[in-house]
Design a protein around this ligand. Structure first.
Ligand code: COA
Length: 293
């Protein structure tokens, strides 16, 4: 058994129908694959139908599960409602919504046009809101219960972060929505939780967040106390637990999975990690001498 092993029992998501936005690639695809392995039916959505269809074929072959491709730009509420209706038509019902679709790139904020800022807010915040509202209203109207929404945020949703300001702003909104609706819609039998991943390399995100030789220049593993980046299966394990009935009493929680990365940036003296052990002897001596003066 190691941290890359599959965590839940084989039928953990049997009879669950899941919608994963942005499920055609990256972390959305990794989570979808595990959901299929656990017996769920999954509809993946994105703007790029061709990419979705390739992913569906690949995942169905690999897992033997049932996966559906539905084109949808999460920024547009009408398209989201059509996607919801199509997902219900294909799978019979939807039990779980995973708001995973995101957009992000690094840029000094003063270089951004108003439209560039809007584009990220629209994909991340408005997209999550559109999907949440479309599915939530449906579940409430139909009096369907035991539903759950999982939102993918980030550790800078609460700290903020320079150079990804639209993303930080939008993810903070998604986190607020998660906690607010966890309380408000619990009475309808809908749970809301979030996952805040640290560095989990994917091609899409890495090409936008660490383009060119930035990948070599900024080795993100070195920023993590555990000195490694995350493995996709680790995130898939957590996501599967949070959407499964095993987490039925977990509501309004955000779970960080980042090897301690954000806390390392926060602790005032954490940079002392760079001090070699021989130097600690000298420092201890200096500190002890001070005490006696
Ligand atoms: N720096 C500054 N501005 C940028 C930019 C960059 N690197 N990339 C795009 N923009 C601006 C564009 O110029 C445009 O603004 P303008 O109309 O004022 O010129 C605006 O952002 C929208 O760009 P556009 O390419 O038209 O939007 P899109 O909807 O086709 O693409 C993105 C959205 C830019 C977020 C694109 O990267 C994307 O589709 N990402 C989805 C996947 C993703 O980001 N994954 C990583 C998640 S961590």
């Amino acid at each position: 058994m190691n941290f890359q092993a599959k965590m839940l029992r084989d039928d953990a998501l049997k009879n669950k129908n899941i919608v994963v936005t942005g499920g055609g690639s990256g972390l959305g695809k990794a989570m979808t694959k595990y959901f299929l392995e656990l017996g769920a039916q999954v509809a993946i959505t994105s703007r790029n139908l061709e990419k979705l269809q390739t992913t569906v074929k690949e995942l169905e072959e690999e897992t033997g599960g049932k996966c559906f491709a539905i084109q949808c730009d999460v920024r547009l509420y009408e398209e989201v409602k059509q996607m919801r209706d199509e997902a219900i038509k294909q799978m019979g019902s939807v039990d779980i919504l995973l708001n995973n679709a995101a957009g992000n790139f690094i840029s000094p904020t003063e270089r951004l046009s108003a439209n560039a800022f809007d584009t990220i807010i629209d994909i991340v915040l408005k997209g999550s809101k559109n999907c949440t509202l479309a599915f939530g209203k449906h579940w409430i109207d139909q009096k369907e219960t035991n539903k759950t929404v999982l939102n993918i945020v980030t550790t800078y949703a609460w700290t903020g972060s320079a150079y990804v300001v639209p993303s930080a702003t939008a993810k903070a909104g998604v986190l607020a929505m998660t906690r607010s609706l966890a309380v408000e819609w619990a009475k309808y039998g809908i749970r809301f939780n979030a996952v805040a991943p640290g560095p989990f390399p994917t091609k899409g995100a890495w090409d936008r967040l660490l383009p060119g030789n930035l990948k070599e220049k900024f080795d993100l593993a070195q920023k993590v106390p555990l000195k490694r980046v995350g493995e996709h299966q680790e995130l898939a394990n957590l996501a599967a637990y949070l959407v499964s009935d095993f987490s039925a009493y977990v509501n309004g929680e955000v779970i960080t999975i980042d090897g301690g990365e954000w806390l390392k940036g926060a602790g005032q003296f954490n940079l002392l990690e760079d001090i070699p052990s021989e130097m600690w002897d000298m420092l201890e001596e200096m500190i002890r001498k001070k005490k006696n003066k």
